[in-house]
Design a protein around this ligand. Structure first.
Ligand code: AMP
Length: 249
């Protein structure tokens, strides 16, 4: 069974992003970039399925600028077998990525496609769902457990107030939630090995996909600053302040 995993290069989760002065987006100059954390979980899950003997090949895919190769190398160091970079300098929105992934699904014919539930840069939470629709495949989003038996996947999903378990016929699309697994640390020998693994580069045109943006960002602003708190001497003062100043009780 072949697994296709989508990995996105995003601003590292430790970086405190700054909004550009003209409010068109966030400043990416000299900012550390890493693999989207949910995608690390996706690669880890695919590699574990291979280690269990369920999968035979794990193919990692990324769409974006040439530096996204680094993200693919990380996926290869975790244990993916080969990588595909869909290289473009264009701004990629979720629909464009879903179309590119759909073209690769047609070409590669994987039985399972794993994506992160969302990319932590734009928080869109759309690509997996759009891919499933475009490819006409069943989908299970926010997965916290994935089991494969024959042509069937059983996926436990994290939903409000509990868990839902779905059975899907493969091929299918799964998106990962935080508790699915804890990705392994990438070791130096595996980073070295990853350098020798195959990495193909294609262009959106090769896949016949028009990646032109469909959405226009009007404005990006920082969250408003929290005003400083006050320490109250006792519960009575707290209640009085909540009642008379904050007017919440
Ligand atoms: P989003 O819909 O943008 O929140 O992204 C959800 C998931 O889609 C991510 O966790 C990735 O698995 C995948 N994805 C989004 N953008 C890209 C990209 N440019 N290249 C590869 N995978 C992507």
């Amino acid at each position: 069974m072949k697994i296709l995993v989508a990995v996105k290069r995003v601003v590292d989760f430790n970086v405190k992003v700054r909004v550009k002065a003209d409010h068109t987006g966030v400043d990416l100059a000299n900012v550390k970039m890493s693999m989207n954390p949910f995608d690390e979980i996706a690669v880890e899950e695919a590699v574990r399925l291979k280690e269990k003997g369920v999968a035979t090949e794990v193919v990692a895919v990324t769409c974006g600028v040439s530096q996204c190769q680094e993200t693919l190398r990380t996926a290869l160091a975790i244990g993916a077998d080969r990588g595909i970079l869909v290289e473009t300098d264009a701004e990629l929105q979720p629909l464009a990525v879903a179309k590119l992934l759909k073209a690769l699904v047609d070409k590669e014919q994987p039985q399972l496609i794993i994506l992160g539930k969302q990319a932590i840069d734009d928080d869109a939470n759309q690509t997996g769902q759009m891919l499933a629709a475009l490819a006409d495949l069943p989908q299970a989003t926010f997965a916290s457990k994935v089991e494969i038996a024959g042509q069937q996947a059983t996926v436990t999903r994290e939903i409000d107030g509990g868990l839902e378990t779905l059975s899907l016929k493969l091929p299918a699309v799964v998106t990962t939630d935080l508790r699915l697994n804890e990705p392994r640390y990438v070791t130096l020998p595996n980073i070295m090995k990853a350098k020798k693994k195959p990495l193909d580069t294609v262009k959106p045109e090769d896949l016949g996909v028009d990646v032109a943006p469909r959405l226009k960002t009007l404005k990006v602003v920082e969250p408003s600053k929290r005003s400083a708190g006050v320490i109250v001497p006792d519960v009575a003062t707290l209640v009085q302040k909540l009642k008379n100043e904050a007017k919440v009780i």
